[in-house]
Write a protein that binds this ligand. Structure first.
Ligand SMILES: Nc1ncnc2c1ncn2[C@@H]1O[C@H](COP(=O)(O)OP(=O)(O)O)[C@@H](O)[C@H]1O
Ligand SMILES: O=P(O)(O)OC[C@H]1O[C@](O)(COP(=O)(O)O)[C@@H](O)[C@@H]1O
Length: 315
């Protein structure tokens, strides 16, 4: 079973607009609503693959009830933590030329009792979890070391931990040796405090994260593909994608693909790349089913193209 923990879930609202004109009334040409938050998306992708998953998340107010209904409609098993504050709504503005602008709200502040209940729910649900995926930003109220605590508890209980977060929450958790961390290029650059211009820069940064404690680093590099660096070496994976429809949740889909395929080594990397490539070809944050995957389009090599320049370098 793959347990996901999303301390700050969201109701994702996407508006399709012709273009963004600041200060004007913009009439949307389409809208959609998805249950969101990085761990929620991982659960949606794991469930889409026909595998068992449980999603732990605080839910509050009318948006929280809507997130619960949307997840129920998708057949996702949820272990909810009722909270007083309303679950946030995150807004994505999708322009006709493909540019996506996202506004991520801070979310509710969790009280001391709610924090305790969240930890207790994670503990109770961890019993039959092979993997625990801890994903996304931390809501106000949770200390930056919160994920570090969850990693330590999970390891004590025998589960493996995948962590997808950024900033201090990521750096603090590294000392507890998460089994895999999944930064994107910006998060990787921020973690090491250096710009990334080439795939080789990303390899060095991933190695540094391993020195800081991560056992493996699955770095997603947008259109350039993905990098896996672990104790056995480094691999680079990429896939051909003709038309990108939406990259929302592509990283979450990749992490799900990695875990579904065992959570280590080049075969899991190939699955991660296939899931990322399939996700960007689907609308909004729709997660791929096995029929959407094209493993034949994926290339994985230990001959990492270190000199290749990133198509979107991080300065
Ligand atoms: N423009 C794109 N073209 C092809 N594949 C993409 C594109 N954007 C993302 N992907 C795939 O999805 C994965 C995750 O995307 P990325 O943007 O790196 O993560 P995140 O969503 O966490 O920011 C990439 O590693 C890649 O496999
Ligand atoms: O917790 P954060 O970092 O604010 O991110 C939450 C957002 O990330 C998502 O999980 C999508 O992920 P990406 O933005 O990485 O594609 C949305 O569902 C959600 O709105």
């Amino acid at each position: 079973m793959i347990l996901t923990v999303t301390p700050n879930p969201s109701l994702d609202r996407t508006y399709e607009v012709p273009s963004l004109d600041r200060g004007e009334v913009i009439r949307a040409t389409g809208e959609r609503m998805d249950p969101g938050g990085k761990g929620v998306n991982v659960s949606r992708a794991v469930a889409a693959a026909g595998r068992r998953t449980v999603a732990v998340l605080p839910l509050g107010g009318a948006p929280g009830a809507l997130v619960a209904d949307l997840l129920d409609a998708q057949g996702i098993e949820v272990a909810p933590v009722p909270v007083t504050g309303a679950t946030r709504s995150n807004i994505a503005l999708a322009e006709a030329d493909g540019v996506l602008t996202k506004i991520n709200a801070p979310g509710p502040e969790l009280s001391a009792e709610e924090q305790e209940l969240l930890l207790e729910t994670v503990r109770a649900q961890s019993r039959d979890a092979d993997w625990i995926a801890c994903c996304g930003s931390l809501p106000r109220g949770l200390a930056p070391a919160w994920y570090a605590d969850v990693v330590a508890r999970a390891h004590a209980g025998g589960a493996r931990i995948a962590l997808d977060t950024s900033g201090r929450a990521l750096l603090e958790a590294l000392r507890e040796r998460p089994d895999v961390v999944k930064p994107n290029a910006e998060e990787l650059a921020e973690a090491v405090g250096r710009p990334l211009a080439t795939v080789g820069d990303a390899v060095k940064a991933a190695e540094e994260l391993r020195e800081m404690g991560a056992r493996a680093v699955l770095a997603s590099l947008g259109a350039d593909g993905q990098l896996l660096v672990d104790g056995a070496g480094a691999w680079f994976g990429s896939a051909r994608v003709d038309v990108v429809r939406s990259n929302v949740g592509a990283g979450d889909s990749s992490l799900a693909g990695f875990l579904i395929a065992g959570g280590s080594g080049p075969e899991a990397l190939a699955s991660a790349v296939a899931h990322g490539a399939a996700a960007v070809q689907l609308p909004g944050s729709v997660m791929p089913t096995p029929g959407d995957l094209d493993l034949a389009a994926v290339t994985v090599t230990a001959d990492v193209p270190v000199d290749r320049e990133l198509s979107e370098p991080v300065s």
